[in-house]
Design a protein. Structure first.
Length: 413
């Protein structure tokens, strides 16, 4: 069995949806991240075996975004490409899928990652209108086209607004986060402190160049966009405290300030077999030691599954929580991260030293393009493990549907 190693990873800037990257679709963002990953890791496209890529809000035009990347970049058409989806953990699935194929010898080099353009979510129509449009497209005469719309009312003409709701419960992510905050007794002040920490650490990570080293520019007309745009350098606890709750206006604790924002961006990781990486003279290899996925009832604590995936991944790696030197935990909401800490401790897994978590901020400050976040946390974790020369790290991401992912990385010597 071959160990898969993270040979490098790069991402676009993570930008607030509806702003500077609003005119860039997912394929453009994905090709920028992927092309730069190949170039900066000095990897020949002809030596890549496959691409595995995640995308959540998929445009109708791209049935398989991974294959579209191959064709758009004029890579060898023999490169196999598949798209995966597990909501916010999609890029985690892409990475572990690629790692598995390397482990069993089906590949020696894979590109994995994800992309999201929440500026350009597909807009759907009421089912009655959608069926009428299909009938009209198949009609052969003008009268047939006209009669295709019989029975369609004025109310059916409005597009269906996109929303982030659980089909099984009807609750939004934010409403579910409110439930988690209440169950785990996470007060508003504690959430705001975590959010402020995220912004402060992200600003420091950009100022000292660590985050900048992971980001590649996206060219827009007469300039190159190079920076993440969510980081609030002037944020304070006092300012965060003035924000009104979004989902429960009377008694809620979840605000725009302690939640991750809607974001556009892409991230790509290069995985190699350990033998190939060593034969190419690559150093400071970070291997995928183990991983796990877990799931919970969405009606209970929707985003708590990482608290169950982490101990499974640790057991598979033969490690304890105390062995882990660094953590990258996706911040959908401050309440979700803090709830994960509480549940891990309550379940006897152990207490996480919070100084080792998200040392350069997290999704609250950096942004959260759904399909890309898993590749971002894995890249950031691997890079920081190399810088600090620490042996073990965990990346975890919660996801819609009650799913959660945890990936254990190991720095090889």
């Amino acid at each position: 069995m071959q160990r898969a190693v993270i040979a490098g990873g790069y991402r676009t800037p993570f930008v607030k949806a509806g702003t500077e990257l609003a005119d860039a679709d997912v394929l453009e963002l994905a090709t920028v991240a992927t092309a730069e990953t190949l170039a900066r890791t000095e990897t020949k496209a002809s030596s890549v075996d496959e691409i595995v890529y995640g995308n959540v809000s998929r445009p109708v035009a791209y049935h398989n975004i991974a294959r579209e990347i191959v064709l758009a970049l004029d890579l060898p058409t023999s490169i196999y490409a598949s798209s995966v989806g597990m909501a916010c953990a999609s890029a985690c699935v892409a990475i572990t899928t690629a790692a598995d194929r390397i482990a069993v010898g089906n590949a020696s080099a894979s590109l994995a990652g994800g992309v999201e353009s929440l500026s350009n979510v597909p807009i759907t129509y009421a089912p009655k209108l959608a069926r009428a449009l299909v009938r009209a497209s198949q009609a052969k005469t003008l009268p047939q086209r006209v009669t295709s719309f019989a029975g369609v009312s004025l109310a059916d003409l409005s597009p269906v607004a996109p929303g982030i709701k659980e089909t099984s419960t009807g609750l939004t992510m934010g409403e579910s986060a409110e439930r988690m905050a209440a169950i785990n007794e996470i007060p508003r002040a504690e959430q705001d402190r975590w959010a402020l920490r995220s912004h402060q650490r992200a600003a420091a990570g950009w100022d000292d160049g660590r985050l900048a080293s992971e980001v590649v520019p996206v060219r827009r007309r007469d300039r190159a966009l190079k920076d993440d745009t969510h980081i609030r350098r002037d944020s304070t606890l006092e300012r965060l405290a003035t924000l009104r709750p979004v989902f429960d206006k009377s008694h809620g604790t979840i605000t725009a300030g302690n939640s991750s924002p809607l974001t556009d961006g892409a991230a790509t990781v290069l995985l190699l077999s350990e033998d190939r990486a060593r034969s190419e003279g690559r150093r400071e290899l970070v291997a995928v030691r183990s991983y796990a996925y877990a799931a919970v009832d969405p009606a209970d604590q929707l985003l708590i599954a990482p608290a169950y995936a982490i101990p499974i991944a640790l057991r598979r790696a033969g490690l304890a929580l105390s062995d882990i030197d660094l953590f990258e935990i996706h911040e959908a909401f401050a309440a979700q991260v803090l709830s994960t800490f509480r549940v891990l401790e309550q379940n006897g897994v152990g207490a996480i030293d919070q100084d080792r978590v998200n040392v350069m901020g997290g999704s609250i400050a950096l942004g959260h393009p759904f399909g890309a976040t898993g590749a971002r946390v894995v890249t950031t974790l691997a890079n920081e493990m190399r810088r600090r020369n620490v042996q073990f790290g965990i990346a975890s991401v919660c996801a819609a549907g009650g799913n959660g992912a945890a990936i254990v990385l190991e720095l090889l010597h």
